[in-house]
Design a binder for this molecule. Structure first.
Ligand SMILES: NC(=O)c1ccc[n+]([C@@H]2O[C@H](COP(=O)([O-])OP(=O)(O)OC[C@H]3O[C@@H](n4cnc5c(N)ncnc54)[C@H](OP(=O)(O)O)[C@@H]3O)[C@@H](O)[C@H]2O)c1
Length: 310
């Protein structure tokens, strides 16, 4: 018997997956038909992008799992019609991409690269650049992405702290948790990277009170989700100089509206939600493995904790 796999994602995603996904499923020995339209009552698995038109999972009476194409699940996790396991994207390609993007932006601020690039009209002003060992970086969220980033930064010899919901141990990283841990994490953060999921508990986490706990001139880098930050509070902190710079990849409204003050702010760098994309080749392997597991009656990988919201 062949499994019916519904690909519920925008058409541009289908272009990326239409060949690689069936081939990868066949490669792990799964007999499956991948389709973009089907009778809901005959669908076994749904590969899902939260931006797709599918909002009601009730008609999918025999579906075994919904496999999210994105790492973030805030747009689907609370859907009351979703009664089957929800897996999210944990993909080595996505993780590598995120680490590279974050290390690049941490390095830009650590070394003050913008200042040092010589242009025709600038002064020749050599100086000794700082060393990573003397730079305190904090990563909020030490899950799949944050943990790998914290380790990569520690390997570069940055003085790294990570903050998470549950306490944990990561080699070379000061691990903090809880409200008291957050205060310590922020107080030391010359560079702060947000890699938290968006949940009821993390929305507006970086508000005026917590921004004020950070060192003067600190840098905020947000590839997590826009609503983790209280935008008005960040803009006020940037205006006052308390926060030296914000590099923002994600926003409350995307695309960032043309009249948003972030665009023109001299202390803000805007990137268009490109920190880490899901790459079809490696993501197809993750999806195929989960479908293989479902067909073999084995537990799914990367299941979302619906109560925690991530
Ligand atoms: N910009 C982009 O292109 C892009 C791409 C991919 C992902 N993302 C974003 O990155 C986020 C993180 O992805 P991931 O794969 O690393 O997620 P993950 O593995 O689920 O890790 C989430 C981390 O956040 C921590 N956390 C969650 N709620 C918390 C709370 N209330 N207080 C303290 N810590 C909390 C978790 O703590 P525990 O370890 O204790 O559970 C965990 O360490 C995604 O949700 C998504 O929003 C962005």
């Amino acid at each position: 018997m062949s499994a019916t796999v519904l690909f519920a994602a925008p058409a541009k995603d289908w272009e990326d997956y239409r060949e690689v996904l069936p081939a990868t499923l066949a490669g792990v020995g799964v007999a499956a038909e991948v389709v973009t339209e089907a009778d809901p009552a005959e669908v076994d698995y749904i590969i899902f992008a939260p931006s797709s038109a599918l909002k009601d999972f009730k008609p999918f009476t025999r579906v075994k799992a919904v496999l999210n194409l994105w790492a973030g699940v805030e747009m689907v996790v609370g859907n009351p019609t979703l009664r089957v396991p929800l897996a999210r994207m944990v993909d080595p390609g996505l993780t590598e991409g995120m680490v590279e993007w974050c290390v690049g932006h941490v390095m830009r601020h650590h070394l003050d690269l913008d200042r040092d690039i010589c242009r025709t009209d600038t002064v020749w002003a050599p100086h000794v650049p700082p060393l990573a060992r003397d730079r305190r970086v904090t990563v909020l969220g030490t899950g799949e992405l944050g943990r790998t980033l914290a380790q990569a930064l520690a390997e570069l010899r940055f003085a790294v702290a990570g903050w998470s919901r549950r306490s944990k141990e990561i080699d070379g990283v000061i691990c903090l948790s809880g409200e008291a841990g957050l205060k310590k994490a922020l107080a030391r953060a010359e560079i702060l990277v947000l890699l938290l999921p968006l949940t009821a508990e993390t929305e507006n986490l970086l508000d005026a009170r917590r921004l004020a706990q950070m060192p003067v001139g600190a840098v905020v880098i947000n590839p997590g989700r826009g609503p983790l930050i209280d935008d008005a509070a960040l803009l006020a902190a940037l205006d006052s100089g308390h926060i030296g710079h914000a590099t923002l990849d994600v926003f409350r409204t995307e695309p960032l509206p043309p009249d948003h003050p972030y665009w023109a702010h001299p202390r803000v760098t805007v990137t268009p939600h490109i920190a880490a994309g899901t790459r079809a080749t490696s993501a197809a392997r993750v999806i195929a493995e989960n479908i293989r597991r479902g067909e073999a009656g084995e537990p799914f990988l990367h299941l979302v904790d619906r109560a925690a919201g991530y």
